[in-house]
Design a protein around this ligand. Structure first.
Ligand SMILES: Cc1cc2nc3c(=O)[nH]c(=O)nc-3n(C[C@H](O)[C@H](O)[C@H](O)COP(=O)(O)OP(=O)(O)OC[C@H]3O[C@@H](n4cnc5c(N)ncnc54)[C@H](O)[C@@H]3O)c2cc1C
Length: 310
């Protein structure tokens, strides 16, 4: 497609307006860089009612978090925020051409903070309950459902091991293998010894209660129903399209590989947030956005100062 050039020039274009992108934009704005923050598409926690465990923002709805983040950026006239997708980045460090949905802008550096995509399994009821009764992380939602009837849908033995960790939030825990793998004797002994039940039959569906907001039971392929209120699970994840498009190198776990300066395998393109780590939480993502911004800004400022461009 032939893109129109918008004749706009920025120091940094940031792709992604979640906690990592917002945080990077704030740091760079305060460092007097010309920044364009581009955000398009759903955030990872869109299905969740509240963000927990973020100091000063504990219990804040995700939309309010984003609103506050954007409001605070308005204080910096050198930062622009647009609801637009970044499609591609061409060129080299110092002179990138960033293709947006509606045109091309120039930038000296780029930060990719596009999150990860959760690939929810096709179990009936799963998508509807995701973020309401199915959670990916006990630090985020364990407190609210503590001492409840938990299920852990395990995708493999490491997740069965994870059930021991979940005992920190409840005594009433059933691990479901969904008939997908065997549990080794030693692991089985340790899990059963912690008072956890292992259910190895296949799952047919998740049954919500009348409100549709809570889980009532997990129905197995043979029709048996096991009453549960909460599910913990780690669905498979994939990188968003932009990471693939930019051909950024990934590590052995599928996350964007970073140098110690938070630069990706493409010089001048930095990354932050969920797409770079297994340690996924809003505060961690915000911190990693700030980290990338510090590193980028130091390098860029030194370069501009040495070339007489400041
Ligand atoms: C159900 C659920 C509940 C959660 N609850 C909590 C919680 O209570 N507490 C907590 O700390 N963490 C929670 N998390 C984790 C938290 O949401 C993530 O760690 C955090 O949002 C990651 O921030 P990020 O900036 O990396 O990515 P995201 O928040 O996912 O933001 C990335 C943004 O970039 C956009 N984007 C993607 N591609 C492009 C592109 N090409 N151009 C422009 N924009 C693009 C995306 O659509 C998205 O808006 C939860 C996660 C889930 C799934």
């Amino acid at each position: 497609m032939n893109m129109k050039s918008m004749n706009e020039e920025y120091d940094v274009v940031i792709a992604g307006g979640g906690p990592s992108g917002l945080s990077a934009a704030l740091v760079l704005g305060r460092a007097r860089k010309r920044v364009l923050l581009c955000d398009s598409g759903p955030r990872r926690n869109a299905a969740a009612e509240r963000i927990h465990g973020f100091v000063t923002r504990d219990g804040t709805p995700p939309s309010e978090f984003r609103h506050i983040g954007r409001e605070q950026l308005r204080h910096y006239p050198n930062v622009s925020v647009r609801d637009v997708r970044v499609e591609d980045v061409r060129g080299d460090k110092g002179a990138f051409e960033v293709s947006l949905e509606d045109g091309v802008v120039r930038a000296r550096r780029v930060i990719v903070g596009v999150g990860m995509v959760d690939e929810l399994p096709p179990i009936p009821g799963y998508r509807e309950l995701w973020g309401k009764a199915i959670f990916q992380c006990p630090y985020c939602h364990g407190w609210e459902v503590q001492d409840g009837a938990f299920a852990l849908i395990a995708s493999g033995p490491p997740m069965v091991e994870f059930s021991l960790f979940l005992r920190g939030w409840t005594k009433d825990l059933v691990v479901f293998t969904d008939a997908r793998f065997e549990v080794a004797d030693d692991l089985r002994r340790r899990v059963l010894g912690a008072g956890i039940t292992i259910e190895e039959r296949a799952i047919a569906k998740l049954i919500p209660d009348a409100s549709g907001q809570h889980l009532e039971a997990i129905e197995l392929a043979d029709g048996a129903r096991i009453a549960r209120r909460v599910v913990f699970a780690r669905p498979a994840q994939r990188q968003p399209a932009l990471v693939t498009r930019l051909d950024l190198a990934l590590d052995e776990n599928g996350f964007v590989r970073l140098s110690e300066h938070r630069e990706t395998s493409r010089p001048g393109i930095y990354a932050a947030g969920d797409s770079t780590t297994m340690m996924q939480g809003a505060l961690v993502a915000a911190s990693s956005g700030a980290h990338a911004a510090y590193m980028l800004n130091h390098e860029l400022t030194m370069e501009l100062a040495a070339s007489g461009l400041l």
